[in-house]
Design a protein around this ligand. Sequence first.
Ligand code: THU
Length: 171
Amino acid sequence: MQSNINIQSGNMIDKQHAINYSEGDDWRHLPSLHQRLIESAIEAATRAYAPYSKFKVGAALVNHEETIITGNNQENASYPMCNCAEQVALQKTYSDNRETKVKLFAVVALNGNAELIAAPCGACRQVLCETVNRSGTDFPIIMASQSGAYRIFHSVKDLLPFSFEGKDLTS
Ligand code: THU
């Protein structure tokens, strides 16, 4: 909902920020690597530990060596301690090899609604941005449903405009 408070300021200008993404209704028509990654994410989601939310998330990435690495959400009775699938996948990847470059990333959610297109939470978007910055390599993110519908964001940076970054910490 938009605020109806009118701000008037002499030098203020209105701006827009556009993000680019592609959408499709059947990821089984995407290139085989994309399909394999989505299938790996779905498989990972089936192994999620989500007894509290029953919302199983799977993430899969392919690295510069063409290896697929997966992660899923790991919940805890102390709810704020739940770990998101995307972050688990990235932590697995970067704890094994800090020089990794991610080529492609996929996320899916299994919650009984096969049409649901998964969307990374804000914290995961922040971690994805850090991954781009630390590796010096941007990569596409596929958000997929089980049934087929998907969105592909060609740049992680589009997921978190005006993001807070390490360089902001230096004066
Ligand atoms: N979850 C993820 O794994 N990734 C996200 O980007 C969104 C949320 C998990 C956390 C929690 O285990 C469950 O989904 C419900 O929020």
